[in-house]
Every structure is written in C-alpha cells, then in structure tokens.
Write a protein that binds this ligand. Structure first.
Ligand code: NAD
Length: 432
C-alpha cells in the first residue's frame, strides 16, 4: 500500500519504518525541516534499538522517503497516519492543535478517497472532531480510523512488529478492512486485530496507560509501607506477582513514572472524564503518589547527609527509562533540580540522554562521559534509571572514587546484603 505518516517522532518514525519493512511504500512527513534533512541523510534523531537499521533498509530499497511537503505525500497515498504530538495542555487536557491542524492539511490536499488514521493518543471523541475538520475542507470521500499505538520506547520496533494486539476503531467497513489488511503481516503469530467503535479504541489506549501507571503508584505505596514495617518489597512483589490473576510485570517500585505518555495520559483521562462530570478518584491518587515518589529520594538523601549545600551528588541515569534518550517528564529532572535548589553540586551520567540533558540543565550540572567519572569526590550516588550497565559495576573502584560510600538506589538494582560487604551504606526503595 501507499502510506503517508505525518510526524516522525518516537511513534511516527517507528510506524513508518515498520510499515516500509513489510513492503509498503511509505512517505514520512514532518514540519521540522532539520529533522527531515537529517533523516534523508540517514541521521536518526532519537535513540531507539533497531530503528536505524530499519530506516536504512527502507531508504536503500526505496520504500521509505522523507519530506516536509504534506500535500505531495497525501496525493501519493491511500492511508494517512497522523502521529503528531498531543502534549499536555495547561489544564491537563490533551492539546489537539497538532492533530486537528494535520487533519485539516490532509483534507485540503485530498484528491480522492483516503483513510485518515489517528495514531496519536487522543481523547474520546477526537475521531468525530477529525471527521468534522476533514469534512469541512473536502468533497472527497474518506474514512476516519482510530488506531492507538501501544509500543514502548526502548522496544518500539519489536513492539510494533510483534504487537500484543492491534486496536482499530472504525466508523465504516471500508476503512476497517484496509486497516486490517495493512496489519495482517504483524499478527501472523495470532495476536488479535480488534475492530471496534472509535470511542472504545480511543479509551482503550488511555485505560491501558492508566492501569500501568496505577500499578506503579500502587507498588510505590506498598514499598513505602514496607519501609515503615521493615518488610522487603522484593519478597512482597514476588509473592503478589505469582498470583496469575495479578501477574508479575509492572510491580517494580522506584522513583516514580515519567516519560511522554503516562503522566500526560493519566491527567488527560482525569480531565476528559471530568468534562462528563465524572470524578476519576483513583487516577488523581495515582498522580499524587507519583509526584510524592519522585521527591522522596531527595528527602532520604537529606536525612542521611544533612544540609546539601556544598555536597557533591553523582547521578546515574537521566532518561525516563533505559534504552531511550527521552527525558520528557523524567523523574531525574525533578530529583536533579531539587538537589541543585538545595545547594548541591551534581555530576551526571547517562549512556544515551546526555545531549538531551544539556538542553534541560544547561551549565547547572557537570556532564560526565563515563559512569565512574561522575563518582569522583561524590558524597553519594543516586541511581535514577536502571540501565543494564549499572547492574554489575566495579564496587571497589566506585568506593575509591567516592568521598563517601553511600548509594541511594531508586531502582533496587543491588542486593542490600551483598552491597554492604563492599563497604557501602545502601538505601533502596521498600527494603531495609
Ligand atoms: P514526538 O514529539 O516525538 O513527535 C511528534 C512529531 O510530529 C515531531 O517530529 C513534530 O515535528 C511532528 N509534527 C507536529 N505537527 C506536525 C504537522 N502538522 N505536520 C508534520 N509534522 C508535525 O511525539 P511521539 O512521542 O512520537 O508521540 C506522538 C503521539 O503518539 C502522541 O500522541 C503520543 O501520546 C502517542 N504515543 C507515544 C508513544 C511513545 O512511547 N512516545 C507511545 C504510544 C503513543
């Protein structure tokens, strides 16, 4: 099929590259000229495992092209994916200006039937708004489809190629059938393609992210209670997760969730429920617990070290999770800024997010090119992101580099008993 993908961010670029991989002709459109120029030269603007090879292959075989000219891409395509950002608006609602703007531009360029697919995460009712915008701009027939994306950054290519399910919200059978055909190659192992109404498809995405965020906040509260009673959250987690009704994933406590999706999607679901006068109480608590959790490690540091003015703190991990360079809403931002506000000197290291971090912290922190470099003269190390390379470090070398052997582990990477044998004072989450 001939496909256009509008927006070449974390979602759009993966969608475009994966659809080209299965033989479609894909034109990726972005309004960011520098990004498009870079992509044409083979420069991938984000870190995402496996994406570079896929883009390269698609480009070499002539199935994947990049442009800023949306109208040309629309004219050449049968299916148009809208995968632009839906950032959080001032009141917590999803800001739809990019989605509706893209829909309007698509409509103006149409010269015949098109399938217009909402790939962005959008509140219930957006398919209808897109339909109205398009109808106001064109006389040509079209189908609007809601096709929420469930990929995880850090495993995005794999998730798209082998999805747990594909959700297609459609208003008519023509659009639904085209979308089902397009996704068949990705569901050969039996993953279901679920065709439903647009409202249910739109809500499925928010409900999925919200339940994952709920599990995280819930386990963070369980961890806090473990600390009060001297229980071990790892043991509790394993006992709880062994119950097949519950399952073992997403039960890890930590320094709170971040990223471009969970925080904004939880807020948006609360917000659009409120528009129908529904008070989504659980999610308000999920959000409040998360805010508290991001700050709790700073409280622990102060309790141990006293006033932080003049203290040096090393940070391992800045990205909101491993295997990405994305720092949108990362807990590290809150933690580093709180440490700086309290007068600490902060030395940071992340395997992929250093460039992004410079745009956030400017000259306020010291950027280190190696993990060990960040430890030099540090009064404590804070582990914020669970990158693999932090799991088995050389503790002897760490101890020699640090001024004091103190670790605040926000991701429970180490065995508390074992680490004390290396001479460290160790604080983790929900374990004594
Ligand atoms: P992003 O900010 O990384 O990328 C958005 C891109 O769209 C940018 O490159 C921007 O320049 C471009 N853009 C904006 N308006 C445009 C227009 N009118 N024409 C052409 N290009 C335009 O965003 P993202 O992380 O890829 O997220 C996109 C959507 O997918 C959001 O709704 C998000 O909630 C959803 N989503 C994200 C993830 C994720 O893990 N990042 C997962 C599932 C769903």
């Amino acid at each position: 099929m001939k496909i256009a993908v509008v927006g070449t961010g974390y979602v759009g670029l993966v969608v475009g590259a994966c659809l080209a991989e299965t033989g479609n002709d894909v034109t990726c459109v972005d309004k960011d000229e520098a990004k498009v120029r870079g992509l044409r030269r083979g420069k991938i603007p984000i870190y995402e495992p496996g994406l570079e090879e896929l883009v390269k292959r698609g480009k070499t075989e002539g199935r994947l092209t990049f442009t800023t000219k949306l109208a040309d891409a629309v004219k050449a395509s049968q299916v148009i994916f809208i995968a632009v950002g839906t950032p959080q608006g001032e009141d917590g609602s999803a800001d739809l200006q990019h989605v509706l703007g893209a829909a309007r531009d698509v409509a103006r360029a149409m010269d015949g039937y098109r399938v217009i697919v909402n790939k962005s995460t959008v509140p219930v009712g957006t398919a209808g708004r897109v339909r109205d915008v398009v109808r106001a701009e064109t006389k040509h027939p079209f189908s609007v489809v809601s096709n929420p994306e469930f990929l995880k950054q850090g495993a995005a290519v794999d998730d798209f190629m082998k999805p747990d399910r594909v959700v297609i919200g459609a208003e008519d059978t023509r659009g639904a059938e085209i979308m089902v055909a397009l996704h068949k190659p990705f569901t050969r192992t039996g993953a279901p393609i679920m065709v439903m109404d647009c409202a249910s498809a739109e809500l499925s995405k928010y409900a999925s992210n919200a339940i994952l965020a709920t599990r995280i906040s819930f386990m963070n509260e369980v961890a806090n209670v473990c600390e009060l009673f001297g229980a071990d959250v790892d043991l509790v987690r394993q006992a709880v997760g062994s119950d097949r009704r519950i399952g073992s994933s997403f039960l890890f406590p930590g320094v709170g969730y971040g990223g471009s999706c969970f925080p904004k999607d939880v807020k948006a679901l609360v917000r659009f429920s409120a528009e129908k006068k529904y008070d989504f109480k659980i999610l308000q608590a999920v959000e409040a617990v998360n805010e508290q959790q991001k700050r709790s490690v700073v409280g622990k540091i102060e309790k141990r070290l006293g006033p932080l003015k003049g203290k040096t703190i090393a940070i391992w991990g800045l990205a909101f999770k491993p295997k990405t360079d994305d720092m949108r809403e990362a807990p590290a931002i809150v933690i580093v800024k709180a440490l700086l506000d309290k007068g600490a000197t902060v030395q940071v290291f992340d395997p992929e997010a250093m460039k992004v971090a410079r745009g956030i912290f400017g000259n306020d922190v010291t950027y280190c090119t190696k993990s060990y470099e960040a430890l030099r003269g540090a009064d404590a190390l804070v582990i914020v992101t669970e990158w693999h390379e932090f799991r088995e470090p050389d503790f002897e070398r760490m101890r020699k580099l640090m001024k004091a052997p103190v670790i605040f582990d926000g991701r429970n990477l180490y065995d508390p008993k074992q680490i004390t044998t290396h001479g460290f004072t160790y604080y983790s989450v929900g374990r004594s």
